[in-house]
Design a protein around this ligand. Structure first.
Ligand code: GLN
Length: 204
């Protein structure tokens, strides 16, 4: 499958969707803004961007996307959630009362790095990415406080805090790969998409 025939949707309700569109376009895939449930069936992968998780979840409900999204991701559609996107995908949030998508078996605390240090950068070793360290940009980021079996931890801060993980077709980063020039997180996600598409099309 050539990259240009790969169609990745970016949930474009609020937040950093245009930055994700740019990163994906640089990698040569067909990136499309997604707002309507009917669009999901046309996708090979989906990104839920950073932003405000309360706003994104509210708009997911207003646009009638909650069950279609849950169904598509449960059936295997690869999804990359970044920052607020991680919160949306999670099964538990300890800091607030929220109706999450309830798919990724982690427990998160919103704004878990506190007010004083609510934005920072740190070089990360991400186990799935070969090569040099990756610059993690954290903006009022959530903390992944715990994860269940079946969730692979991909990166931690120097202090041990989990900041990236994968559960089957769900990739989650508390930092913002859409705000750095380094495209390796998006490229890793596209590898997940390629594997999914090969398996899906073999069953057609
Ligand atoms: N603090 C935001 C939230 O809780 C996430 C911030 C971000 O996506 N940069 O939803």
């Amino acid at each position: 499958m050539s990259p240009s025939s790969t169609r990745i949707g970016v949930l474009a309700l609020q937040g950093s969707f245009s930055e994700h569109m740019k990163s994906l376009t640089q990698l040569g895939v067909d990136a499309v803004e997604v707002r309507l449930p009917d669009q999901l069936a046309t996708l090979d992968g989906l990104v839920i961007p950073g932003g405000e998780s309360t706003t994104i979840l509210k708009l997911i409900d207003e646009y009638g996307l909650r069950e279609p999204l849950r169904r598509a991701i449960t059936l295997g559609l690869p999804v990359l959630g970044t920052c607020a996107g991680v919160i949306c995908l999670a099964t538990h949030v300890t800091s607030h009362s929220m109706d999450l998508l309830n798919l990724l078996h982690i427990s998160v605390a919103r704004n878990g790095f506190g007010r004083q240090v609510d934005s920072f950068e740190e070089d990360l070793s991400i186990s799935a990415l070969p090569g040099p360290v990756y610059r993690g940009v954290f903006i009022r980021a959530p903390v992944i406080e715990s994860s269940n079996d079946g969730v692979e931890v991909l990166a931690r801060l120097a202090n041990g805090t989990i900041v990236a993980c994968r559960q089957n077709n769900i990739l989650a980063t508390c930092f913002h790969p859409e705000f750095v020039e380094d495209l390796r997180v998006h490229a890793y996600f596209l590898d997940m998409v390629t594997q999914y598409v090969c398996t899906r099309d073999a069953h057609d």
